[in-house]
Design a protein around this ligand. Structure first.
Ligand code: PMP
Length: 357
């Protein structure tokens, strides 16, 4: 049995009837794998306080719906088909802060499923509009009703009360990690190898934590000394406190709790950045380099730039640009942001980038 979607079936530890299940999996028959993954790796040259610097970032807006979450959604769906947990006609029900909802809504529809999304009611209007445009039902959950955590509880409740429901459970599903371990990580390894390079450290902002956990799993096999750093907003240090603290504007990361798939013991030091700094950096990447990225991309750039300063030689530091600026045009990303004294962005001058296929 061979599956075109990077053989998730053969890697998944496999149910007895996997072959038959995989034959039913529409991910394979639609050729969806050609619309997800294999994104460019950007080598970005910049100066920090006038000194030449470089870092690498994976340009994830090139995925089917424009974000890194397509990888996770397609992988979870393919694996669920293989395990017989998802069958044609089932409704996909997920709690999400946005991009995951867009991915499941679009990919779910592409594969013939109805989709229902529970989501905090303060997420950007573009996200809600996009999810609805894919025919999915959006159920907004207010802060009083529990916000992020309330969304997860409501999704679980719906599944208990209805038949033919599949819950991807992105925060707890290890297939989320596998998506990055088996696609994003190997792509980065191959792309760096074209330059004769190996990653010294990788950094990614933590929403579910799937990206950083999966990347470190693969890239540590290539370089056992790899540094793997989760990033969170300095305004809302959930990873370092274990619970919700403060408020921040970096949509997609720091969802008020430490997700079950995150193993902080397998990761290195948590790096942080202010949300205003991330906004300024994302605006700069767009204005100065033509890279229209979202706020978490600005945050990841600043986290990676901090790691670059910790390595005396020209180390290879890699991060992710999870999505584009298009979903944030109604947010502070499209407004003037004032710099603060301890921000990094004012010390950075972006110079150029080069995309590695
Ligand atoms: N940035 C954005 C814009 C996202 O939507 C997400 C996913 N929630 C992340 C970063 C974090 O990715 P992960 O869930 O893999 O930790």
């Amino acid at each position: 049995m061979s599956c075109d979607f990077k053989s998730c079936c053969t890697q998944a530890g496999v149910a007895a009837d996997a072959e038959e299940n995989c034959r039913r999996c529409p991910v394979n028959s639609t050729g969806l794998q050609h619309m997800i993954g294999n994104t460019p790796l950007l080598e970005i040259e910049y100066q920090l306080d006038g000194r030449p610097r470089r870092l690498f970032a994976k340009y994830e807006q090139r995925n089917m719906t424009g974000s890194v979450k397509d990888r996770m959604a397609a992988w979870i769906i393919a694996k669920a088909y293989q395990l017989g947990e998802l069958t044609p006609g089932d409704t996909i029900v997920e709690a999400t802060s946005g991009n995951t909802g867009i991915s499941f809504a679009a990919i779910g529809r592409a594969l013939g499923h109805n989709v229902r999304i529970y989501m905090p009611n303060w997420m950007s209007a573009e996200r809600v509009g996009l999810i609805r445009s894919f025919g999915a039902e959006v159920v907004p959950v207010s802060r009083e009703d529990g916000g992020f955590v309330g969304s997860i509880e409501r999704a679980e409740e719906y599944a208990r009360d209805h038949d033919h429901v599949f819950l991807p459970r992105q925060f707890a599903n290890t297939a989320n990690i596998e998506a990055h371990e088996h696609t994003t990580g190997p792509e980065i390894e191959r792309q760096l190898a074209t330059r004769g390079l190996v990653a010294d450290a990788v950094l990614a902002g933590v929403g579910t934590g799937g990206t950083i956990m999966g990347l470190q799993r693969h890239l540590k096999r290539v370089n056992p000394k790899l540094g793997a750093h989760p990033l969170e907003p300095a305004n809302s240090p959930t990873l370092r406190t274990g619970h919700k603290v403060g408020k921040h504007r970096i949509q997609g990361i720091s969802d008020e709790f430490i997700p079950p798939i995150v193993r902080l013991g397998e990761l290195d030091e948590v790096i942080d950045t202010w949300d205003g700094d991330a906004i300024l950096m994302a605006q700069g990447l767009c204005r100065d380099l033509g890279l229209g990225v979202g706020i978490s991309s600005g945050a990841n750039f600043l986290g990676a730039a901090q790691l670059v300063e910790r390595h005396p030689e020209r180390a290879t530091i890699v991060t992710i640009f999870p999505d584009s600026n298009k979903k944030y045009l109604s947010t502070d990303l499209a407004r003037e942001e004032s710099p603060a004294d301890d921000y990094l962005t004012p010390r950075i001058k972006l110079v150029s980038f080069r995309a590695i296929a």
